[in-house]
Ligand binder design. Structure first.
Ligand code: ARG
Length: 574
């Protein structure tokens, strides 16, 4: 169904068209000045440039054309020619009833199951996952849910780093220790990798061995391949456990190694077609374009020793995805600092004919999660924070917060643990997602676990409160109605509830879940004001009571939907 802004845009657009002006000028949106009006249309200003007329004169003509429309309760011209609009309570109520009755709450499906591949997570085998991988996982998983809800068939791929030099380092160290072939555990692996990296850094001979081992592994050496396979399996098991705890889902557990076989044919084709050329012993694709403002180095496909690069596996992964998934878009949720890399890969993919121009390749980059010192977040000991430690830290804090707020007290141990887990995950995810993804943010465990302010726990608390109110109503035999009866005190919540489709559209368009976070927060706040100002269960007038219960129910459904799109689960009670 159309959103209210779209319906009003249709009406206003027709008024512009009747004056021989482009219909697009009739764009109506929620007012920037809610103190002056509910909606606004700024088209008269643009029209005045085209028609070379005074904008207020044009606005006046539009306003006259709108007079016959009974949807509006107030039509006014402000400033140089803004058209300010209010709608009638009846119109608002009937629109709201329509969206409340819609299983998608009025959010239109824009896609027809076209495939989108989302590349997020990107942990590296044997290395602990760092906060960059955490951000990628949280944002990527939310974008996957958003794309799915929009009607796409969204595929999340973890794209592990499982094929580079670090693999050779581990293998060469296992060999030096004489334990190559014996199964290793995750704990051993976590000791081996840093030791291997250190040994290689300090000892050129060891580094040479690591290099050789990498090449041999990639060439298919049986012994290396078997050892590698074993430690990949343990790592993946560990990762799955962590991602499960975080509530982050992947459809595909692929990695760089999976495309190894595709590299040679891809490189040959690029050579034959003249795109790949020798340069200083390496094989490269030039990706410069006319009008480039910054230096754009070529993408290196093969180093002079024949080794493949990060960009080579990324390009081959595009070949694989085009063949296997045939997507309309591939979205990479990766640290913003890798933007040059993706620019090079995307240009090479289009130029080399790997991806047709009409397929979208997007790098949805994100900023750094910093510690209180403003530098990339580290543990107190100065190391990287492991994901499982971060989750346990969140849970511990959540337990303390629940105790402080006297919540979840009379519940059994199991339920309390479940609630603490949900509060912790909501805190971590919301703190991350609420920032515009490009921005850096400061990780502050105390602030993000608070039940007050713009936090995940605050939203969970509000959602649970509405749920319990609805339960109580049911217990008293009161049902939410199908119709809305709006009073002064109900109107602003009702108006806000109509904004969901536009907010969703914005979040989808720019891959920006923070818009949904903002909306959820506004909704919770607006609900609080409504709750403070209105009688609900104690309202004597039955029609008004059922309308208010319907507002509660719609608010609840929207919060559940929005938090669900963010990957946040709500407990039954708290
Ligand atoms: N493993 C990489 C890293 O840790 C991230 C992978 C991102 N995805 C990709 N297709 N390059 O930086």
């Amino acid at each position: 169904m159309a959103s209210i802004a779209e319906k009003l845009t249709d009406i206003t657009g027709a008024a512009f068209a009747a004056l021989d002006l482009p219909v697009e000028l009739g764009q109506v949106r929620v007012s920037d000045r809610p103190d002056l009006a509910q909606f606004q249309c700024n088209g008269a200003m643009a029209a005045s440039k085209m028609a070379k007329k005074n904008p207020r004169e044009i606005a006046q003509a539009v306003v006259e054309a709108l007079q016959s429309h009974k949807e509006f309760s107030k039509i006014e011209i402000a400033g140089p020619g803004f058209i300010n609009l209010n709608i009638t309570d009846d119109y608002l109520a009937s629109h709201l009833a329509q969206s409340a009755g819609d299983e998608r709450l009025g959010v239109e499906k824009i896609a027809k199951q076209e495939t989108i591949v989302l590349d997020y997570g990107g942990p590296n085998i044997a290395k602990p996952m760092h906060v960059g991988h955490l951000r990628s996982s949280i944002i990527g998983d939310s974008l996957r849910r958003i794309c799915d809800f929009a009607g796409y068939s969204a595929i999340g791929d973890v794209h592990m780093g499982d094929w580079g030099r670090p693999m050779g380092m581990i293998l060469s160290v296992l060999e030096a220790r004489g334990t190559l072939g014996e199964p290793v555990t995750m704990d051993q692996l976590e000791e081996i990798y840093p030791a291997a990296a250190k040994a290689c850094k300090e000892d050129e001979a060891q580094m040479e061995k690591a290099r050789e081992a990498t090449v041999k592994l990639q060439d298919g050496d049986e012994t290396y391949k078997a050892a590698w396979k074993q430690f990949i399996d343990v790592s993946v098991k560990g990762m799955k456990k962590n991602f499960d705890a975080l509530g982050v889902h992947f459809d595909l557990w692929k990695g760089e190694a999976d495309v190894h076989e595709l590299i040679a044919p891809m490189v040959n084709k690029l050579k034959t077609n003249g795109f790949a050329v020798e340069s200083e012993g390496a094989l490269v694709i030039s990706v410069e374009q006319e009008g480039d403002k910054k230096e754009m180095p070529p993408l290196i496909l093969l180093k002079s020793d024949g080794g493949v690069m990060y960009g080579t596996t990324d390009l081959a992964t595009i070949v694989e995805r085009m063949e296997e998934n045939n997507p309309v878009k591939i979205i990479y949720v990766v640290d913003q600092r890798q933007s040059l890399h993706f620019e090079q890969v995307f240009r090479a993919a289009y130029k080399g004919g790997i991806v047709p121009e009409n397929i979208e390749l997007t790098h949805a980059g994100f900023g750094t999660m910093n510690g209180p010192d403003g530098k990339p977040f580290k543990t107190r000991a100065g190391g990287v924070m492991r994901l499982e430690d971060l989750i346990s830290m969140g849970i511990e804090k959540a337990q303390a917060r629940l105790a402080e707020a006297d919540l979840a007290r009379d519940m059994d141990k199991g339920e309390r643990a479940d609630i603490a887990q949900k509060v912790a995950i909501a805190a971590i995810k919301f703190a991350d997602l609420q920032n515009n993804r490009i921005a850096d943010y400061v990780f502050d465990i105390d602030r993000m676990t608070s039940f007050e302010g713009k936090t995940g726990p605050y939203l969970l608390y509000q959602a649970v409160r509405i749920k319990s109110l609805l339960r109580k109503a049911e217990g008293q035999g009161f049902k939410p109605g199908k119709e809305f009866l709006l009073r002064d005190s109900d109107r602003s919540l009702a108006l806000l509830l109509t904004e969901l489709p536009n907010v969703f559209e914005g979040a989808l368009k720019n891959y920006t879940p923070h818009l949904l976070c903002e909306y959820a927060y506004r909704l919770a706040q607006e609900f609080s004001s409504f709750y403070a100002a209105c009688h609900i269960l104690s309202e004597e007038d039955e029609a008004l009571r059922s309308s208010r219960l319907a507002l509660c129910e719609l608010t609840q459904s929207q919060i559940v939907l929005v938090l669900g799109l963010l990957g946040i689960k709500i407990p039954e009670r708290m």
